[in-house]
Ligand binder design. Structure first.
Ligand code: B12
Ligand code: SF4
Length: 466
């Protein structure tokens, strides 16, 4: 039987912080789809930043699939090169980065899979079994890039899988869950908005949903297999469609797990209203994150195309807090032409808000976004740059991370440190207030917060001269 090995590329130095706490579903969906529609039942998934000859010789894969986002693409290149030194196995590479920049396919990568990968991977596996990497046959498979002589061939765009329910639940059993893992699920693909810094719309198109019945069945399975206390709906936009939210809420309330399991999810500020809060509260959501991005209308309009205002952001935080839905948020600083004063407006908004926690990050121009196109036109990025510079924590390597703002880096770092200081301050306040309210639970709570703490560890520790 054909043995498939998927490698989900991670940055090992961040393994404990973020990398595998929240499972990356891409390869898990690929594995379950291959099994259901192709009978490929001998599949393994590794979440790693390197592969040794020993592991490869032990697993002996017939086909290798490598999944990588932009900031890990250098690691992915190294992994593919290491594999090719050890064995002659076809390597298919997928994920956001290669989908956005197919010209990044290296000599060691046989095929790049562009966009949604399930059906493409199935066709590739079947074609490989029958004809090897025969180029004439490859040309007939939609949604791939491959090398033909000295140039790259890109085939027709792959159409999206519809309805989404055709895709089986992600093969969670292929990864190892430990107590620090977040139990998460996705109930949709895509997003109807088009924020200038975000790639899903470009890759996924408009939003498609798994049906409410599918969502409940997957939830049931997660709860039965893992007994989680909390499940995260990690969609780009879970609560965007109210009709669907009503249906899901109605179904959850009929389940045995109703009231036993709590949920976290995300929302978009312009869509947060009283009914949404009530529905979320009713099903047991206790925390809602939002990408608020900026509290300066000029910058917010740039980032989100005028789809939301600072006033709506403020009202959404108030409303969520009023319903005890613990609002948390992410902010972006460092947009082109953004001034220190405008960043300070955002900081002041946070200081006076009821946000339970927040994270601020520097604007990164990810490929296939409007910010990327603008940065490329200014010569700030190129298709063949050092992808390590796309790591998300500017404060970790302020001298080399990609920036698109015109201010000197030390100025930006000073600003970022002010945000980190505020985040740290909020964290301490939360720990203290939890300690007062629930003295017995405090140790567990502090342990849980250590991850957050790690993310803030650099505060005050770095300086950068102009
Ligand atoms: C959940 C999520 C997270 C989670 C967990 C991520 C994880 N463990 O990898 C958390 C919250 C931790 C997170 C953090 C971050 N994330 Co995130 N995240 C997502 C999100 C919302 C869903 C990912 C997912 O599971 N998608 C669903 C699966 C089905 O899609 P997929 O993985 O792309 O796989 C499909 C195809 O790409 C393809 N495919 C993928 N791999 C392969 C391999 C082969 C062989 C084949 C054939 C096909 C194939 O087939 C799959 C099935 O169709 C996506 C947005 C999105 N809608 O996808 C952003 C996204 C992946 N994240 C992104 C970013 C930028 C980040 C952060 C840097 C954000 C930040 N600034 O802090 C951090 C970095 C984390 C890190 N690893 O370093 C970007 C990546 C952009 C890019 N070009 O690389 C995305 C696309 C969102 C965006 N803003 O544009 N993220
Ligand atoms: S940032 Fe959120 S709302 Fe904006 S396009 Fe991306 S997923 Fe959609």
């Amino acid at each position: 039987m054909t043995r498939v090995l998927f490698i989900n590329v991670i940055n090992e130095s961040r393994r404990k912080e973020v990398e595998v706490r929240h499972p990356a579903f891409g390869t898990l969906y690929l594995a379950s789809y291959l099994s259901k529609y192709g009978g490929y039942n001998d599949t393994q998934v590794l979440e790693t930043g390197s592969v040794s000859a020993e592991i490869l010789n032990r697993i002996k894969p017939d086909i290798l699939g490598v999944s990588s986002i932009t900031q890990h693409f250098n690691i992915a290149k190294q992994i593919c090169s290491d594999i090719k030194k050890v064995m002659d196995v076809p390597i298919m590479v997928g994920g956001f980065h290669i989908s956005c920049l197919p010209n990044n396919l290296t000599e060691d990568m046989d095929i790049g899979v562009l966009g949604e990968g399930e059906q493409t991977m199935l066709e590739l596996a079947q074609a490989y079994e029958r004809h090897g990497l025969d180029q004439k046959k490859l040309g007939a498979i939609d949604g791939i890039v491959y090398r033909s002589g000295h140039h790259l061939e890109i085939t027709h765009k792959r159409s999206f899988i519809k309805p989404l329910d055709k895709i089986p639940f992600p093969a969670r059993h292929l990864i190892h869950y430990d107590p620090t893992h977040i139990h998460a699920m996705l109930t949709s693909r895509g997003c109807p908005y088009n924020c200038v810094f975000c790639s899903p719309t470009a890759s996924w198109g408009n939003i498609r949903y798994f049906s409410p019945e599918y969502v409940i069945a997957e939830l049931r399975q997660i709860i039965q297999d893992y007994h989680p206390k909390v499940v995260s709906f990690s969609d780009d936009l879970f609560s965007g469609n109210k009709e669907r939210l009503r249906n899901i809420a109605g179904l959850i309330k009929k389940e045995d797990f109703y009231g036993q399991v709590k949920f976290t999810t995300s929302a978009r500020a312009n869509l947060v209203d009283v009914e949404t809060c009530k529905l979320l509260k009713d099903i047991g959501v206790f925390s809602v994150s939002m990408g608020l991005e900026s509290s300066c209308d000029r910058i917010l309009t740039y980032l989100k195309g005028g789809s939301v205002t600072v006033e709506q952001n403020r009202q959404a935080v108030e409303l969520l807090a009023q319903y005890d839905l613990k609002p948390t948020a992410t902010f972006i600083i460092g947009s082109p032409t953004e001034t220190i004063q405008e960043m300070t407006e955002t900081l002041n908004f946070i200081k006076h808000s009821k946000l339970a926690s927040f994270k601020a990050q520097m604007l990164l121009p990810f490929p296939n976004t409007q910010v990327w196109n603008e940065a490329k036109a200014k010569g700030l990025v190129s298709d063949f740059m050092n992808w390590d510079d796309f790591e998300w924590d500017f404060e970790d390597k302020p001298e080399s991370r990609v920036i698109v703002n015109e201010l000197p880096r030390p100025e930006l770092l000073r600003m970022m440190n002010l945000f980190i200081k505020e985040a740290k301050h909020r964290l301490i306040k939360r720990v203290v207030s939890q300690g007062i309210q629930h003295p017995k639970k405090i140790i567990k709570f502090i342990q849980f917060q250590i991850t957050l703490w790690r993310k803030l560890r650099h505060f005050g520790g770095k300086e950068l001269s102009e």
